[in-house]
Design a binder for this molecule. Structure first.
Ligand SMILES: Cc1cc2nc3c(=O)[nH]c(=O)nc-3n(C[C@H](O)[C@H](O)[C@H](O)COP(=O)(O)OP(=O)(O)OC[C@H]3O[C@@H](n4cnc5c(N)ncnc54)[C@H](O)[C@@H]3O)c2cc1C
Length: 411
């Protein structure tokens, strides 16, 4: 059996390992358009100098030999001939019996005239992007980051650690709006400003000014003109499906898959960001594993991954956001003490979400309570100072109660 995998990221490598564990005789080839097998989540640490290119890898050195996987790096797939079961590359065609598409996503650069083709613009997704950004450190280049979501603030923090002043522009009213509320965002914003970051919220980039093919200024939607020598677009990603045109593989936002991660075309599977089902590392791994089990004759749907959890840690201040804090139709509880702030939303006796900045040592138990919709008589004291004793008010005999008591005792 010839297994071919497009992509040596989280999903592709999890799939390769699983295939080998279940089929010792088949050949496994992995194509990647760059060197692959590096953790995108740590690219900001490469910019700040805390990781080298080598220490970004997330597989052991002997992975390829141990699992007998042939890695073909620097090879871009340009199309798939699903009728003849061949993957097209600029170096020639590669036949497959079972194919996994795990090509991830690409940075989404807004269609502002002149922006996409400018040479001093990049996303922050590939190692090549991180190398370009790192090369700016120590220069007097004026950097603008478009988007203050998790990727935007990670790279901003790395640049402040390299003493680079910069500007962040976001259409939202505050930093990382999905993970913060006004208070938590404000605490971080002040620290970023002290470190040389200028924020422009509630407005987007309306147009750009260029000299030749280089940006010189961005002009915000309110007319503000900001000098810009390099723009990092961190305003979102989209599934990397451009090379699937004419393949017959159905796509919508991402590649359409069934519960077994199989596409509409027999023997072609997809996993990870390219499916558009999720945009996080553990989900890509889980989908890659499930696809591999099915490619080797099994029957497996990917397990559920709790994706509504994010952590940040800037300037030595940790923060966690769990679940959602709706604007209306819920009870809101807050607690503020020296150096700490927490906000929680409760509806019908269940905690919907918690944001906590400062100490975050109850995160495990909070995640459990939110994920399992554990009913309780919640208030600020009981949420932010939870202990095992609180669980003795809950009905006996539930597995979830026992697990919650155990977790609370461990915290
Ligand atoms: C800066 C940053 C920070 C992040 N932080 C976090 C985090 O803290 N936590 C978290 O859970 N997730 C995080 N993510 C998201 C996480 O990295 C992705 O969800 C995960 O990498 C998806 O894995 P994947 O295997 O689907 O795709 P990728 O890891 O993107 O791998 C795609 C692979 O496909 C290859 N490829 C693409 N196109 C082609 C082609 N045409 N031909 C050949 N090969 C091709 C690429 O070379 C690559 O090897 C972050 C992402 C970024 C960019």
């Amino acid at each position: 059996m010839r297994y071919v995998i497009i992509g040596s990221g989280a999903a592709g490598l999890a799939a390769a390992k699983t295939i080998r564990e279940r089929d010792s005789g088949g050949s496994i080839q992995i194509l990647s358009h760059d060197q692959g097998a590096y953790a995108r989540c740590m690219l900001h640490l490469f910019v700040s100098g805390k990781r080298t290119e080598e220490s970004l890898t997330f597989v052991q050195k002997d992975f390829w030999e141990r699992y007998q996987v042939e890695h073909i790096p620097y090879t871009t797939v340009t199309g798939i001939d699903t009728r003849r079961k061949k993957v097209r590359t600029k170096r020639g065609d590669l036949p497959y019996d079972r194919l996994l598409i795990a090509s991830g996503s690409v940075s989404s650069i807004p269609p502002i005239p002149g922006l996409r083709e400018a040479e001093n613009v990049s996303g922050f997704r590939d190692l090549a992007d991180a190398v370009q950004v790192k090369n700016l450190c120590g220069t007097d280049q004026k950097i603008v980051i478009m988007g203050s979501g998790l990727v935007g603030v990670d790279v901003a923090y790395a640049l402040t650690e390299r003493k680079m002043p910069l500007t962040i522009v976001d259409m939202a009213p505050r930093m990382s709006p999905r993970q913060t509320d006004d208070v938590t965002a404000g605490i971080y914003q002040r620290k970023f400003e002290e470190a040389g970051v200028t924020f422009w919220f509630d407005r987007g980039v309306g147009s750009v000014e260029k000299e030749g093919n280089r940006l010189t200024h961005i002009v915000l939607s309110d007319g503000t003109r900001i000098p810009c020598d390099y723009l990092i677009a961190a305003a979102g990603v989209r599934p990397n499906i451009g090379f699937l045109q004419d393949s017959g593989i159905e796509t919508d936002r991402g590649i359409g898959v069934d519960a077994k991660m199989q596409t509409n075309v027999p023997d072609v599977y997809a996993a990870g960001d390219v499916t558009g089902l999720s945009g996080i590392w553990p989900a890509a791994v889980e989908q890659g594993r499930a696809a591999a089990i099915n490619m080797t004759g099994g029957d497996q749907a990917p397990g559920e991954i709790y994706s509504m959890r994010n952590t940040m840690n800037f300037f030595g201040i940790p923060m966690i956001s769990l679940g959602i804090i709706p604007e209306t139709e819920c009870e809101i509880y807050t607690e503020e003490t020296e150096g700490e702030y927490g906000i929680a939303a409760v509806k019908d006796g269940c905690i919907l979400g918690i944001h906590k900045i400062g100490r975050i040592d109850h995160s495990g138990i909070w995640e459990y309570l939110i994920k399992n919709k554990v009913q309780g008589d919640w208030n600020a004291e009981r949420i932010f100072h939870i202990s095992a004793a609180d669980f003795y008010d809950f009905p006996e005999d539930t597995r979830s109660r026992r697990a919650a008591v155990r977790l609370a005792s461990e915290e």
